[in-house]
Design a protein around this ligand. Structure first.
Ligand code: C2E
Ligand code: MG
Ligand code: MG
Length: 730
C-alpha cells in the first residue's frame, strides 16, 4: 500500500458529518503518510482536540448543530491565554492558538473563505475537492506551520534575550527611521529615546550624535560588520555616557544595542586619576608626564617645533623633612606645586593638548614642566627664572616660615635629544649640574655636559688602572735659592700618561682621585717614587736635594699618613730633613685640632712642612703661627703680573715681610721672567720656582742640571740661573 511508503508525518483531525467524505480524506492522508482522527461533528471535534491536540485540523464548514466557523473559533479560543476547557475539561493547550486549521468550503463561496480566515483558519480547500492534491496540500501547510512555529520559538528566544540584557535595543531602517525601540531595564528613566518608533534619528538625538549614528549605520550595512561607538548625552545634571553597538539584521536594517556606561566611565576616570595623578599634590605624575612628553614629541616632530623640559628640584627639601617632619614636608610640596601652577602662565600652556596641564611631580621634591612650541631658548630660561623667583618667596607652613630655593635643569627638543627618556634624563643631568654650580641655579643641558660627565666616568675607570699599569710618572721642578741661584730642591709633580688621551695634567685628575679616594694609593706611590729619586740624586750627584711632595687634604686626614711617610723614608733611606710636604691652606684650616696633632706627628718624624698656594685661601695669621711650618709658597697668581701689577707687588712684599716675622722662609711660585726674579730678590724672597728657572722636567734633565751646577763654590757661582729653561716636559 502507498501509505506504507511514507513515514508517519503527523496526526490530522478530520471533522466532517459526511462519513464518505471522512473515509476519502483518511485515505488521501494515509497516502502521504499522515495519521488521522475522525470527528462526526463540531463538539466531537473540539472534544477530540482537547483530548489529544493534533498537528492539523481539516474542518468542514457545513455541519449540523455547530458549523465549521464556530468550531474553528472554539479551538482558537482554547489556545487563548487563561482559556478553560469546556465541560470542566482541563485547560486547553497553547497549541490551539497556532495549530493549522484548513477549512473545507463550498464551491466559489468567497464569503465563506473570508469568514474562515476571520474565524482563525490557516487555509481553505474548496469543494469539489481535488483529491489527489489534498494530501500534498495538507503536507505543505504542515511544513509552513512548522516553519512558523520555529520562527515563533526563535522570536520568543530573541525577546527573552533582549529582556534579559540591560541594554536598550532599537532597529533602524536604511534611512534612519526607528522601526523598533525597546528600553533596556537598566537604561532607567533618564534615557531619552522614548516613543521614537516611526521617527527619524535626527528628530530624537542631538544633531552630532544622530549624524554619527547614521554614518555608522550605513557603514554597518555596507560592510555587514559590527560597529560600536561611545557618545555622551547631557541628561539633567550630569552627562551620561552610552555605548552603541550596531549590527546588520541581514534584512536591510540595522539593529542597535545601547548601554549606559556612565558608571564604567566614572570608574575608568577614577582609575585614570589614580594612575596618572600624584596623590599628594593632585598634579600629573611621572607616568602622565612621560605620556604627555610622547604626545608632545609626536606633535613637535610633525609641526617642526621645539620644546623644553624643565626639571626642578628643591635644594634643601631633605633638611626640611628631617628637621620639621614629614607633615610640613608634605605641606611644602603641596604649596610648591600650587605656586608652580600659578607661575606657569597660560601662555605656556599648550592649546593643542586637551589636558593643557604640563606640570608634573616625578616624585620626592622633583617637579617637571613641559614648555611646548618654544621659539627661543630664552623663553625657557625665563620660565625657569619665574619658577626660581616663586620658590624664593618664604613659605608659611604650620606656623613655620620656610625658605627654599630650587635648582633647575633644562633640556631642549630637538637639540639635546629626540626621545622622551633622553630629554628627561638630560634635564635631570642639567639640574645636577645646576646644583653643583651652587644651587638656586638654572642650567641648560648642553652636549658638552654629557661629554664631561661621560669622560668623568671613563676617567675614573682609567684612573683605577693607572697605577697598576704604570701610567703615572713624576716630573720635577727645580727650586732655586734666590741669593745663590743654586738648585736646592725640586718639587715632584705627577703626570698621567693616558693610553688614549695622552698626558693628563694633575689638575684634571687629582680632584677626581680625591673624590674617589684613589689619591691615597696614588699619593703613596708619589711619595715613595720621589723619596727614592731624591736618594738617588744624593748618591749619584752627591748633592742633598730637598724633595717637595704635594699632599692632598684627603691624604692629610688619613690616619696612616705618618706610617706611610715613615716607611717611604725607611725603605728608600732618605733623611727626613730632605723631604718637604706641601699642604694647602684649605687642608690646614679644615679641622684645627686634628691638623695640629698631625703636624706634630710629622714634625716629630723630622720632615719639613710648607704651605702651598699661599694667598688663595683664608688662613689667619694667628693660625699660621700656631702651625709652625717652615715655608710659605706664594701662589703664582700674585707673581704672574709682576712687576707691573703694583697691588700684587705690595701683597707679595707684605707676605714676605710677614713670613719672615714669623720665622718662615718664602718660596715664590710661577716665576716666569728675569724681572720677576729681580723684584723678588729685592723683596728678600728666599727661594723661587717657575718656568724661568726650570720647567717641571723628567729626572734625567734634573740630573743634567745638577751636574752642571755641581760643587757650587759660594761666590764663584754665576748670578744668572744655569740653563734657565728645560724643554717643556708636559
Ligand atoms: P702646585 O703644587 O702649586 O704646583 C705648581 C704648579 O705650577 C705646577 O703645575 C707647575 O707646573 C706650575 N708652574 C710651575 N712654574 C710655573 C710658571 O712659571 N708659570 C705657570 N703658569 N705655572 C707654573 P702642575 O704640575 O700642573 O700641578 C698642578 C697642581 O697639581 C699642583 O700645584 C699641585 O697642587 C697638584 N699636584 C701635582 N702633583 C701632585 C701630587 O703628586 N699630589 C698631589 N696631591 N697634588 C699634586
Ligand atoms: Mg706644590
Ligand atoms: Mg703651588
Amino acid at each position: 500500500m502507498a501509505a506504507h511508503s511514507h513515514p508517519k508525518r503527523g496526526t490530522v483531525l478530520v471533522a466532517d458529518d459526511d462519513p464518505v467524505m471522512r473515509l476519502l480524506m483518511l485515505e488521501m492522508l494515509a497516502q502521504v503518510g499522515l495519521d488521522a482522527v475522525e470527528a462526526e461533528d463540531g463538539p466531537a471535534a473540539i472534544a477530540s482536540f482537547q483530548r489529544r491536540p493534533p498537528d492539523l485540523v481539516l474542518l468542514d464548514v457545513d455541519m449540523p448543530n455547530m458549523d465549521g466557523f464556530a468550531v474553528c473559533r472554539a479551538i482558537r479560543a482554547l489556545g487563548a491565554p487563561g482559556a478553560q476547557g469546556g465541560d470542566g475539561a482541563p485547560a486547553a493547550t497553547p497549541a490551539a492558538a497556532t495549530v493549522p486549521i484548513i477549512m473545507v468550503t463550498g464551491g466559489d463561496d468567497l464569503e465563506a473563505v473570508t469568514q474562515a480566515y476571520e474565524a482563525g483558519a490557516t487555509d481553505f480547500v474548496s469543494k469539489p475537492i481535488n483529491w489527489p492534491i489534498l494530501g500534498h496540500r495538507v503536507l505543505y501547510v504542515l511544513r509552513a506551520s512548522d516553519a512558523i512555529a520555529r520562527l515563533r520559538v526563535a522570536d520568543a528566544h530573541n525577546r527573552a534575550v533582549l529582556a534579559a540584557i540591560p541594554d536598550t535595543f532599537f532597529r533602524l531602517d536604511r534611512d534612519g527611521v526607528y522601526l523598533d525601540y525597546e528600553q533596556g531595564h537598566e537604561a532607567g528613566s533618564t534615557f531619552p529615546l522614548d516613543h521614537c518608533v516611526g521617527r527619524h534619528v535626527s528628530e530624537v538625538l542631538p544633531q552630532h550624535i544622530a549624524g554619527h549614528l547614521l554614518e555608522q549605520a550605513r557603514a554597518v550595512l555596507s560592510s555587514q560588520q559590527i560597529r560600536s561607538f561611545d557618545y555622551e548625552l547631557q541628561l539633567g545634571e550630569q552627562p551620561r555616557h552610552f555605548e552603541a553597538r550596531l549590527v546588520s539584521t541581514g534584512a536591510g536594517d540595522v539593529l542597535g544595542l545601547v548601554r549606559d556606561i556612565s558608571e564604567r566611565k566614572r570608574t575608568e576616570e577614577q582609575i585614570r586619576r589614580l594612575a596618572y595623578c600624584d596623590s599628594l599634590t593632585g598634579i600629573p605624575n611621572r607616568q602622565a608626564f612621560l605620556e604627555l612628553l610622547e604626545r608632545e614629541l609626536d606633535h613637535s616632530r610633525q609641526a617642526c617645533k621645539k620644546f623644553a623640559v624643565l626639571f626642578m628640584d628643591l635644594d634643601s627639601f631633605k633638611r626640611i623633612n628631617d628637621t620639621l617632619g614629614h607633615n610640613v614636608g608634605d605641606l611644602l610640596l603641596q604649596t610648591v606645586s600650587e605656586r608652580l601652577r600659578e607661575t606657569i602662565r597660560p601662555s605656556d600652556v599648550v592649546s593643542h593638548m586637551a589636558s593643557g596641564n604640563h606640570l608634573a611631580r616625578l616624585g620626592g621634591d622633583e617637579f617637571t614642566i613641559l614648555i611646548p612650541d618654544l621659539d627661543r631658548v630664552e623663553d625657557a630660561l625665563a620660565v625657569a627664572q619665574r619658577v626660581k623667583d616663586a620658590m624664593r618667596r618664604p613659605f608659611q607652613l604650620d606656623g613655620n616660615e620656610i625658605f627654599v630655593t630650587a635648582s633647575i635643569g633644562i633640556s631642549l627638543y630637538p637639540e639635546d635629544g629626540e626621545d622622551s627618556e633622553s630629554l628627561l634624563k638630560y634635564a635631570d643631568t642639567a639640574m645636577y649640574h645646576a646644583k653643583n654650580c651652587g644651587k638656586n641655579n638654572a642650567k641648560l643641558y648642553s652636549s658638552s655636559l654629557t661629554m664631561q660627565i661621560m669622560s668623568h666616568v671613563k676617567l675614573e675607570v682609567g684612573l683605577r688602572k693607572a697605577l697598576q699599569n704604570n701610567e703615572l710618572y713624576l716630573l720635577y721642578q727645580p727650586q732655586i735659592d734666590v741669593p745663590s741661584s743654586q738648585i736646592v730642591g725640586v718639587e715632584a709633580l705627577v703626570r698621567w700618561r693616558h693610553p688614549e688621551h695622552g698626558i693628563i695634567p694633575p689638575n684634571d685628575f687629582i680632584p677626581l682621585a680625591e673624590e674617589t679616594g684613589l689619591i691615597v694609593p696614588i699619593g703613596e706611590w708619589v711619595l715613595r717614587t720621589a723619596c727614592s729619586q731624591a736618594k738617588a740624586w744624593q748618591q749619584t750627584c752627591r748633592r742633598a736635594i730637598r724633595m717637595a711632595v704635594n699632599l692632598s687634604a684627603r691624604q692629610f686626614k688619613d690616619e696612616n699618613l705618618t706610617q706611610i711617610v715613615l716607611s717611604a723614608l725607611g725603605d728608600t733611606g732618605l733623611e727626613p730633613r730632605l723631604l718637604e710636604l706641601e699642604l694647602t691652606e684649605g687642608t690646614l684650616m679644615d679641622d684645627a685640632r686634628a691638623t695640629m696633632a698631625m703636624l706634630d706627628q710629622l714634625r716629630r718624624i723630622g720632615v719639613l712642612l710648607s704651605i702651598d698656594d699661599f694667598g688663595t685661601g683664608y688662613s689667619s695669621m694667628s693660625y699660621l703661627k700656631r702651625f709652625d711650618v717652615r715655608a710659605l709658597k706664594i701662589d703664582k697668581s700674585f707673581i704672574i703680573g709682576l712687576p707691573e701689577d703694583t697691588e700684587n707687588a705690595a701683597i707679595t712684599r707684605a707676605i714676605i715681610a710677614m713670613a719672615h716675622g714669623l720665622k718662615m722662609i718664602v718660596v715664590a711660585e710661577g716665576v716666569e721672567t728675569d724681572e720677576q726674579l729681580a723684584l723678588l730678590e729685592k723683596y728678600g724672597c728666599d727661594m723661587a720656582q717657575g718656568f724661568y728657572l726650570g720647567r717641571p722636567s723628567p729626572q734625567e734633565s734634573i740630573t743634567q742640571m745638577l751636574k752642571v751646577q755641581r760643587a757650587p763654590t759660594s761666590t764663584a757661582t754665576p748670578a744668572a740661573p744655569a740653563p734657565p729653561v728645560t724643554p717643556a716636559a708636559r
